[in-house]
Design a protein around this ligand. Structure first.
Ligand code: HEC
Length: 315
């Protein structure tokens, strides 16, 4: 490193370079290494001390050398020292990239026409511009071959891939965010663990009025096809969350149960239809027809699945 770079640039640059390398190489998960492993704070402190020590040593060596110089040598040394900080290489690079002519040498490239005192310089095209232009040509050739001749991929494929990836991300998210369900996003839970949890909640809170087999008592029969407030996972979830009609005795459970618990017990309620209750209450309400269900045999099988996320996302 040239002595032209002053210490107050050299020390911080080296320090942050080492810091960056450390963060890059130490695998510390989410948090930066400096927080995850406090020992690295000590390490960086030592690095800083070392850098300062090196600067001091270099300074004093320089000083000793200076004392040994002859008078003339000292003068020359001081003269070279007093020059301002120069970024020689940066200046050279700038000159190479622009090929600009200095003001003093402009005469060499001036063109000989003159319009009312306005004259023109015959500057070369700046190399940075020319190289950029070449780069765009190379890019266009690669692009042309890749997408118009070979046909690597097109927008439609790109779109499909992104949608598929997003779909997977949604599925992934739903698994971690079960408690975020509401009446718009709730789905019939088929997992045995969810249904078992639902049964537990049902036994604890609901059997007093609906009976363990869903046959009904104070509350209506939950095991038949008739529903007062609508069947299907969304209506049942809504009834459990918001309660029944005023004065009928079915309270809103959203204060007591978490959204996931309501989804679990709602799913369990829907499985009660498989039971034949010992003492069924007479049907109340109407037979529930799922509006999402296929109207006739001809409907293709794929449309039978009603994806509740679609509903929520289209809103
Ligand atoms: C205090 C008695 C009582 C308890 C406890 C009770 N319910 Fe009800 N439930 C009722 C009554 C009464 C109705 C009818 C409401 C109406 O007619 O509006 C009802 C209606 C329902 C319905 C709608 C039935 C239909 O035909 O539309 C569902 C679903 C339901 N309850 C589920 C539950 C669940 C799940 C629990 C436990 C978390 C529960 N209930 C606890 C009394 C109760």
């Amino acid at each position: 490193m040239s002595t032209r770079t002053p210490w107050w640039i050299r020390v911080p640059v080296l320090f942050f370079l080492i810091f960056g390398l450390m963060e890059y190489f130490i695998d510390s998960g989410e948090k930066p290494a400096i927080i995850e492993y406090p020992i690295t704070q000590f390490f960086m402190f030592m690095v800083l001390m070392l850098l300062i020590a090196i600067e001091l040593i270099v300074k004093s060596v320089e000083n000793i050398m200076f004392q040994t110089l002859t008078e003339e040598g000292k003068e020359r040394y001081l003269a070279s020292k007093s020059k301002k900080v120069e970024w020689k290489w940066a200046k050279n690079l700038y000159q190479r990239l622009t090929k600009s002519r200095s003001l003093e040498r402009e005469e060499e490239i001036i063109l000989d026409h003159n319009y009312d005192g306005i004259r023109e310089l015959d500057n070369v095209l700046p190399p940075w511009w020319v190289y950029l232009f070449y780069a765009t040509i190379i890019f266009s050739v690669v692009y042309l071959v890749r997408f118009h001749i070979v046909g690597d991929y097109d927008q439609a494929l790109e779109y499909e891939q992104e949608v598929a990836a997003a779909q997977m991300a949604i599925e992934e998210y739903k698994k971690t965010a079960k408690n975020l369900v509401d009446v718009n996003t709730v789905e019939f839970l088929t997992d045995a663990s969810d249904l078992a949890a639902g049964e537990k909640i049902f036994v604890q809170n609901c059997v007093v009025c609906h009976m363990a087999d869903g046959g009904g008592g104070i509350g209506p029969n939950l095991a038949d096809e008739y529903w007062i407030l609508g069947g299907g996972i969304k209506n049942v979830f809504n009834t459990i969350s918001e309660g029944g009609r005023d004065g009928k005795g079915m309270v809103a459970w959203k204060q007591t149960l978490k959204p996931l618990e309501m989804a679990q017990v709602a799913s369990y309620v829907l499985t009660l239809g498989e039971n034949t209750p010992a003492n069924p209450k007479a049907p109340e309400g109407e037979i529930w027809v799922d509006p999402d269900a296929p109207q006739s045999e001809e409907t293709p099988a794929t449309e039978q699945v009603s994806d509740s996320t679609d509903v929520a996302m289209n809103k």
